[in-house]
Design a protein around this ligand. Structure first.
Ligand code: ATP
Ligand code: MG
Length: 402
């Protein structure tokens, strides 16, 4: 292994002053957290880059973990050399030879941020390029469409040389946008909604409604597993499990069947809003998509939304199911989501749900019975579990860059 660093690049646009420092510090913490299983790696912040020292660790695993860290635009394995022309030339040659023996064309992109180094960027490109040409056969320079781009960054601490780059997850570092409460069912949509919210940098906690004995332990375990998968992107996540059986029974007894679904959603939202406020979350996230099912028409959303003033974020609102499924595959939640366990929403519910429920009727039916004690008891009996990123678990490996 010729590499001794990983060079991390992140989007710097729109980041100014204090914001920028907070962004970088949070990203640094998140990277450290993602690399918990690699305790000897040191992470330094420098001029719009993060540099991770590799010691005895397996860099393949580290690269896999970095792919999930939001806020990173791209990253590369890098060789560090001293700021000396000969060492830089040799380092670039080694990086090129190591990268891909089959590469026929290359390009050098040098960047000198350390001005005392005597060779300016524009002159360094041909100097390094000529050294590679002299020491290889059948290789040529192609500045427009090279097989390999060799980047050479001359910085005060040393020169970092890398070949190729791995695309990062993009987005903003988790923890830079405030906290949200995700309504997490065991379905396909809500884990994807959670992933997309995390991508915009929120801290996330999740709420799950279950109705034992109508929903079983395996259904609960499934939601814990989905939360566990999301921790790859969001670090530790608290999952609040709400006992919902008594409220559902009360709805079944006291609400006309055509409004049972709407009222059930309103109850879920009231309880979620309570928990969100207790936990300092500023918004609720769910997996609704416009027009997908009866409860997701605009009329339904309008009636259900009435019970809280918290913003409800719906990252999937304009997506087709196929687009959502594609992301579910990408983030690895799909196989877990399709396990066939009962969700609390599906029990007790009739098939004659209104697609255009009104606020006025929802309120009228709810006022015939005192649901408040049920809401309070559900909030009070919430059980919270904290899930964290599994350390040391092997995932798809990156081979082509080593
Ligand atoms: P999903 O695939 O996320 O289950 P869905 O397409 O099945 O969504 P609904 O059943 O109408 O749609 O649920 C809409 C949203 O309500 C879900 O995306 C989720 O955010 C929330 N929700 C549904 N059931 C539960 C539950 N048991 N606990 C927490 N939130 C839930
Ligand atoms: Mg569902």
């Amino acid at each position: 292994m010729i590499y001794d660093h990983i060079l991390v690049r992140y989007g710097e646009l729109a980041l100014k002053g204090k914001n920028r420092t907070a962004f970088e510090k949070q990203l640094q913490r998140n990277i450290k957290h993602a690399l918990t299983a690699h305790p000897t790696s040191k992470i330094k912040r420098t001029f719009g880059r993060m540099l991770i020292e590799i010691h005895d660790e397996d860099p393949k695993e580290m690269l896999e973990k970095l792919k999930h860290v939001f806020g990173i635009s791209s990253f590369s394995l890098a060789i560090k050399t001293e700021n000396e022309e000969e060492k830089i030339k040799e380092g670039a040659l080694q990086a090129f030879l190591n990268h891909s023996p089959k590469a026929a064309t290359f390009k050098v992109s040098a960047r000198r941020t350390y001005k005392p180094f005597p060779i300016p960027s524009q002159q360094l490109n041909p100097v390094v390029g000529a050294h590679i040409l002299r020491n290889t056969e059948g290789v040529t320079v192609d500045v427009h469409n090279p097989d390999v781009e060799i980047t050479v960054e001359v910085r005060e601490q040393g020169t970092y040389i890398s070949c190729g780059r791995i695309e990062g997850a993009g987005g903003l570092p988790v923890g830079t946008s405030g906290k949200v409460m995700l309504m997490l069912s065991g379905g396909i949509d809500s884990p994807v909604a959670g992933y997309m919210a995390l991508k915009r940098g929120v801290d996330l906690e999740a709420v799950h409604f279950h109705s034992p004995p109508y929903t079983n332990e395996r259904a609960r375990k499934k939601v814990e597993d989905l939360t566990q998968i999301l921790t790859k992107f969001g670090g530790k996540i608290k999952l609040h499990i709400v006992p919902f059986t008594d409220t559902q029974k009360a709805i079944h007894q006291h609400i006309p069947s055509s409004y049972a679904m709407t009222v059930m959603r309103r109850m879920m939202l009231r309880i979620t809003a309570h928990i969100a406020e207790n936990r300092g979350a500023k918004a609720i996230v769910n997996g609704e998509s416009l027009g997908q099912v009866a409860s997701q028409t605009l009329d339904s959303m309008y009636s259900i939304n009435e019970v809280t003033n918290l913003p409800i974020l719906r990252p999937l609102v304009t997506m087709d199911k196929q687009e959502v499924i594609q992301i579910a595959h990408h983030i690895d939640t799909y196989e877990t989501s399709i396990l066939p366990y009962e969700d609390c929403c599906t029990i007790f519910l009739p098939s004659d749900s209104k697609t255009k429920p009104s606020r006025e009727k929802s309120n009228r039916f709810e006022n015939r019975f005192d649901f408040q004690p049920f809401i309070e008891e559900a909030v009070q009996k919430v059980e919270t579990v904290e899930l964290g990123p599994a350390s040391g678990k092997k995932e798809n490996m990156i081979d082509d860059l080593l």
